[in-house]
Design a binder for this molecule. Structure first.
Ligand code: HEC
Ligand code: HEC
Length: 298
């Protein structure tokens, strides 16, 4: 048995205390660095998630993130709200926790439910670090006083409390779980496609209540969010393009036969896929290649 004489313990105490406080300082400064979001990284997250598209009007002089963008759906027209830090028109009075709640749970600070036109069903699994940086980025935007515009929804879809039923049926909040059998590249690709890129919001077919058909992920639909057809992006269809061709399409919108993407996808390319790092774009493509090939919907 090892015993330490009391006098030796006392003699050692100051150095122990010093070591302890040094560790504490390290620990605290470490948390401070982690807790402080990085707005530059946040801009990258915002791009990868295409936030600007739905939250900026389509007019030439529109202010980024000041809202006003019309999103036509079978349920009516939604208008992306102002999300600049303006205290009245935007989200200036919000705390970081309010953004986390909105993105993770689709809940307003007062507890009301957001319509799933705000793709929180995909964003729900956003990582803590990405949310923190996203918050830091949104805080860095110039506040803009343009009031958000009320949605124009068909009866009875304008009733917010009905969203509770939709959530109960279709919304599965949760954290992004990396499949241990997957390579880091495929996990990153899955996160970019399913969470940040929310590609399935358009490319996955939905039932008449707007619930995604999970057996047919990314397999396209005859009537997407705007009622127009959306192609299958599982290997059934995308195998016609090699990686370089896919990369070209997602960077510029040009197809191998010199066609260009239509306006809906062009916007995704402009706001999101063209802004990804080469590495992230490769991960996204690798993941698209890895999903089950689902036949075209006849
Ligand atoms: C496909 C379109 C779309 C995309 C992409 C999108 N949003 Fe939204 N967002 C909406 C709509 C529509 C609403 C309003 C929902 C409602 O009124 O229930 C909304 C609401 C919000 C709100 C709540 C504002 C308020 O005043 O209550 C915040 C915050 C927000 N979005 C942030 C973001 C961020 C951050 C991103 C990117 C990570 C993003 N949105 C991407 C469509 C979108
Ligand atoms: C707002 C709806 C929308 C979203 C979100 C969306 N897409 Fe698309 N996508 C479309 C439409 C519409 C087309 C058809 C474009 C055309 O015909 O020119 C398309 C076409 C494509 C194609 C070409 C398929 C082909 O064979 O012609 C690829 C690849 C693609 N999308 C990948 C993606 C990826 C990856 C994401 C997520 C980062 C994504 N899309 C998000 C609407 C969307």
């Amino acid at each position: 048995m090892i015993t330490i004489a009391p006098q030796r313990l006392i003699a050692r105490a100051p150095s122990l205390r010093l070591l302890w406080s040094a560790m504490l300082v390290l620990l605290l400064s470490g948390t401070a660095v982690i807790a402080q979001g990085d707005p530059k990284r946040g801009l990258y997250v915002a791009n990868a998630a295409g936030c600007i598209g739905c939250h900026t009007a389509e007019t030439k002089d529109a202010v980024s993130y000041a809202g006003g963008r019309a999103l036509k759906t079978p349920f009516g027209t939604f208008y992306g709200p102002n999300i600049t830090p303006h205290p009245d028109a935007g989200i200036g009075r919000w705390a970081e926790a309010d953004l986390v709640r909105a993105v993770r749970l689709g809940e307003r600070p007062d507890g009301a439910h957001y319509f799933p036109a705000f793709p929180y069903a995909s964003f729900s699994q956003m990582s803590d670090a990405d949310l923190r940086d996203l918050w830091a980025y949104l805080r860095s935007l110039p506040p803009n006083a343009q009031p958000s515009r009320a949605h124009e929804l068909r009866f009875p879809f304008g009733w917010r409390f009905l969203v509770l039923g939709w959530k109960w049926l279709f919304f599965r909040p949760g954290t992004f779980i990396t499949d241990a059998k997957q390579t880091p590249q495929l996990s990153r690709g899955a996160y970019l496609v399913s969470v940040l890129g929310h590609c399935g919001e358009c490319h996955t077919p939905r039932n008449f209540l707007g619930g995604p058909n999970r057996d047919r992920l990314l397999s396209g639909t005859k009537a997407g969010p705007e009622g127009k057809p959306i192609p299958n992006i599982t290997p059934t269809r995308t195998k016609k393009w090699n990686d370089a061709e896919m990369r070209e399409f997602l960077s510029t919108g040009m197809t191998p036969d010199f066609d260009s993407a239509n306006s809906t996808m062009m916007e995704v390319i402009r706001n999101t896929t063209s802004k990804l790092t080469a590495e992230d774009l490769s991960s996204m493509i690798a993941y698209m290649r890895s999903v089950p090939a689902i036949p075209e919907d006849k």
